[in-house]
Design a protein around this ligand. Structure first.
Ligand SMILES: Cc1cc2nc3c(=O)[nH]c(=O)nc-3n(C[C@H](O)[C@H](O)[C@H](O)COP(=O)(O)OP(=O)(O)OC[C@H]3O[C@@H](n4cnc5c(N)ncnc54)[C@H](O)[C@@H]3O)c2cc1C
Length: 304
């Protein structure tokens, strides 16, 4: 239980796999930690988490419940359900403020705030996202194996994705939803693999109970399918890292070194927010090793 005005060792912002595993490691290292989470993870739309050893097919909710239960064995960790809105101060003495008016003082800050999807602008995509439309074949390709799929992507990276998805199904059609941004050679390459390619804008995605039935194009073409993979547009889960001076990559991630350290002393980041590998187990793994780096820094500072 946190005492009023207590100086915490670490405040973790974000309670997804990244923040939770960091809390577990820091709790076991007997550090005073508060994990503040507003509870809006990017995978909230999905029914199952896949590819996480010992947890394959667990629901995101159950994953978090078990994690919290395990972490609660370590009494120096507390959970707060709230949204952090401001951070001031410097290394050793940060002040953290939440939307509900709570304040925390902390030596170090760890951003495990994840990434967020930009609004999905294709009509009907929202209804199927996380149920039969996905972004990552490593996460959801198995469930859609051998099925007729639509890939919504464009440009050179489309070729890379087409080669990748062919490991799960050879029954896929590409809809670029506007100009395909391919070279003649790239188009020829898709033809060589007999991949149908349509560049007419998508008018609508028809579905029933979250399962896509067909993609309807503006020129009247109808592409029947039972699943979709599309390229999401992502932004950092929170603007706070940028607001306190952390460098941000052009794709919206917090810039960190090999130990999760940002350019702002005392501030770290882990998980999707600081990585290009957007998977739960990768976020958890990064949370664990960044927690060890923070603990190392705290131990050296305390030792004197
Ligand atoms: C459709 C979909 C399906 C997926 N399927 C899989 C899968 O099957 N297997 C897999 O391994 N991965 C999957 N992923 C990816 C996986 O969900 C992420 O890699 C993982 O959740 C990242 O964990 P994280 O802790 O970095 O961030 P998140 O899990 O996104 O957690 C970040 C948390 O920080 C909170 N937060 C943000 N800002 C603040 C603030 N200011 N104050 C307080 N809290 C804040 C958010 O509300 C959120 O709860 C999927 C993703 C999507 C979108």
């Amino acid at each position: 239980m946190r005492m009023e005005n207590e100086l915490l060792d670490v405040t973790i912002i974000g309670g997804g796999p990244g923040g939770l595993n960091a809390a577990l490691v820091l709790g076991r290292a007997r550090k005073k930690v508060t994990i503040i989470d507003e509870g809006r993870p990017r995978n909230a739309v999905t029914r199952e988490v896949h590819g996480f050893l010992t947890r394959d097919k667990i629901t995101p909710h159950e994953f978090r419940r078990i994690a919290k239960e395990e972490i609660s064995n370590y009494p120096s960790v507390s959970f707060v359900a709230d949204t952090v809105v401001a951070i001031t101060g410097t290394d050793g003495q940060f002040q953290i403020e939440t939307v509900q008016g709570q304040t925390f003082a902390s030596k170090k800050v760890l951003f495990a705030v994840g990434m967020k999807d930009e609004p999905l602008d294709i009509p009907g995509l929202k209804d199927v996202y996380g149920k039969s439309a996905f972004v990552c074949p490593y996460c959801d390709g198995w469930e859609l194996r051998d099925q007729p799929l639509v890939i919504i992507r464009r440009g050179a990276e489309l070729l890379h994705f087409a080669a990748l998805i062919s490991g799960w199904t050879d029954r896929f059609t590409v809809c670029t939803n506007g100009p395909d941004e391919l070279t003649d050679t790239e188009r020829k390459e898709l033809r060589r693999h007999q991949v149908p390619l349509f560049d007419s804008p998508i008018r609508n995605i028809d579905s029933s109970d979250g399962i896509v039935q067909q993609v309807v194009l503006a020129d009247g073409t109808i592409v029947p399918c039972t699943g979709i993979f599309f390229k999401p547009e992502l932004i950092t889960g929170s603007d706070l890292p940028r607001m306190i001076g952390c460098s941000i990559t052009e794709w919206g991630a917090v810039v960190v070194d090999d130990f999760g350290k940002t350019n702002v002393p005392g501030v770290y980041s882990a998980g999707d927010a600081a990585s290009r590998m957007h998977q739960a187990i990768a976020a958890a793994s990064m949370g664990a090793f960044v927690a060890a780096a923070i603990n190392n820094e705290l131990s050296i500072e305390a030792w004197g």
